[in-house]
Design a protein around this ligand. Structure first.
Ligand code: GLC
Ligand code: CA
Length: 547
């Protein structure tokens, strides 16, 4: 008998972005009652756990990632009663719930920051990172994710505060023990309510380099993740957090460990005393260059190298490439040239990723092959990152470049409403939606996909079920196959004499399957598999073992 895997290794996760999932009261904004009304769908799909993006009280400068009150539900999303009902209805269906934990920063409207900025003598001053300027300028040369400088000047107290994201998201000072105590208390209250764990937002940035040294050599602002990622103190905080919050509970945490590498990964997941799982972004960096906005084409051999390296580097990966910060994967690594290619490539991509060794995280709408949205005007955008990028690009005469970047990688692509059916607003809302609905919703929607047994949706459902019942796919070792093949991405998963082979054609031309890799077909996105894969074809086979 095989020992049970922990639930967070066995189950398939589904990420919900509540603002865009389902509106229940006709204000154009998704909400908790809306999520509640779709739980049967998740159950039907085979989802075992949900990661819910932030639902806390927030002024929404960064769509909920700027929290004003960690223990209150955002009014637009509903009430604490709605939340508790949602949690119990999920649990009744044996679906776990993982919350977003955003504690690198708060909203500038959080009472701690309101107090902190009010006076240098405030008890809360040290909850954030305040510094004197240098010759009337910023305390150091750090750039933020969303703004040229990571510092904003507060005239009232004549000092600067640090924000790695927008100026509405001041960074908490994790050196301050009281801050940490507050955070642990808050986490424990959510866990006591019954939530099953946390997805930890930009958790690798909690500790900053002591003394906040410059990142560059004096030639302007510089984005310098090495100054605020994987600092030694990070490990103290994560260990303390685990001790204080998770001891004796069957919960999990997955860290959004921005800038993690195959070398640093085991420092946070290696001994089980910090994080259970981590999100790494090397796959997401494949089609960027100096910045994510410098778009370059997909390259199969680099893709393969990254997957292989991560499968070897840590025992258990997270398997994801869609979330609320990423463009739609079928538009990104697949093809939307024709309806046929969209369908084939969406299924092929799911096969390539979710049968690797690790835990799948599916992002809402991915299971019906939702695509990037045809944004053409600034007024259609909602995301602070894209809007700030455009503002800055206009100043420096790079607007065309910025638009190309937004068309390929803007975060709003994944935030357009879930496409439920072919009625007005895709069945998401009866009012005008807070962000545009992708106009392709009449062709691409859940209702239509459910009726078509060959749809992407049915394929996802079959894939989730296959993974769940196949020991080799759940537990097996990973071996990369065909390392130099120009079209095929291939690997083997092996467990106790059972070999399962996954073959995916990343190209728009047919590819022959090497004879040694042909076996009994467990799943495929093509009608028959006669020794060849069609364009974007995929097949999963059980090899007859030689022993
Ligand atoms: C994470 C979130 C992203 C947010 C940022 C700041 O990367 O996923 O949406 O903007 O952190 O909280
Ligand atoms: Ca609503």
């Amino acid at each position: 008998m095989n020992a049970n895997l922990p639930w967070w290794k066995e189950r398939t996760f589904y990420q919900i972005y509540p603002r865009s999932f389902q509106d229940s009261n006709g204000d154009g904004i998704g909400d908790l009652r809306g999520v509640l009304s779709r739980l049967d769908y998740l159950q039907w799909l085979g989802v075992g756990a949900v990661w819910l993006c932030p639902v806390y009280d927030s002024p929404n400068a960064d769509m909920g990632y700027d929290i004003r009150d960690y223990e209150k539900i955002m009014e637009e999303f509903g009430s604490m009663e709605d939340f508790e009902l949602l949690l119990s209805e999920l649990h009744r269906r044996d679906i776990k719930l993982v919350m977003d934990l955003v504690v690198n920063h708060t909203s500038e409207e959080h009472p701690w920051f309101v107090e902190s900025r009010s006076s240098r003598d405030s008890h809360y001053r040290d909850y954030y990172i305040w510094r004197d300027g240098r010759d009337g300028r910023e305390p150091n040369d750090w750039a933020s994710y969303f703004t040229p400088s990571a510092w904003t000047y507060a005239p009232a107290t004549e000092q600067w505060y640090l924000h790695l994201f927008s100026e509405q998201q001041p960074d908490l000072n994790w050196e301050n023990e009281e801050v940490r105590e507050h955070v642990y208390g808050m986490m424990n209250r959510w866990l006591d309510k019954g939530v099953d764990g946390f997805r930890m937002d930009v958790i690798s940035h909690l500790a900053k380099a002591p003394g906040l040294p410059d990142g560059g050599n004096g030639s302007g602002y510089i984005f310098c993740p090495e100054r605020f990622s994987f600092q030694p103190r990070l490990h103290d905080y994560l260990r303390e957090m685990r001790r204080r919050c998770f001891t004796g509970r069957d919960c999990m945490c997955v860290g959004e460990t921005a800038f993690v590498t195959t070398e640093t990964a085991n420092s946070v997941v290696g001994d089980g005393q910090e994080l259970d799982l981590l999100f790494q972004f090397e796959l997401m960096d494949l089609d960027g260059a100096e910045t994510k906005w410098d778009v370059r084409p997909f390259d199969l051999s680099r893709f393969r190298t990254v997957i292989d390296a991560w499968q070897k580097a840590i025992d258990w990966n997270t398997l994801f490439w869609g979330n609320h910060d990423q463009p739609r994967i079928v538009s990104r690594f697949g093809s939307t040239a024709t309806e046929e290619e969209r369908t084939a490539s969406a299924k092929m991509l799911a096969t390539a990723l979710y049968l690797l060794r690790g835990t799948p995280f599916i992002y809402q709408g991915e299971e019906i092959g939702m695509t990037n949205a045809p944004f053409t005007e600034e007024s259609q955008l909602r995301d602070v990152e894209s809007l700030n990028l455009l503002k800055e690009a206009r100043r420096t005469g790079r607007e065309a470049w910025a638009w190309r970047g937004i068309e390929a990688k803007g975060r709003d692509h994944s935030r357009t409403p879930m496409q439920w059916d072919g009625t007005a607003n895709a069945g998401f809302t009866s009012a005008e939606s807070w962000i545009m609905v992708n106009p392709n919703y009449r062709e691409i929607n859940v209702e239509r996909a459910k009726r078509d047994p060959d749809s992407i949706l049915h394929y996802y459902r079959a894939l989730i079920a296959l993974r769940g019942r196949t020991e080799a796919l759940l537990r097996g070792d990973f071996t990369l196959l065909l390392p130099d093949h120009p079209q095929l991405f291939a690997y083997r998963r092996s467990w106790e004499g059972q070999d399962v082979v996954v073959l995916c054609n990343f190209s728009s031309t047919p590819a022959e399957i090497p004879a040694a890799l042909r076996g009994r077909v467990l799943l495929s996105n093509q009608g028959t598999v006669d020794g060849a894969l069609e364009p974007y074809g995929a097949v999963v086979t059980a090899l007859v073992s030689k022993g």
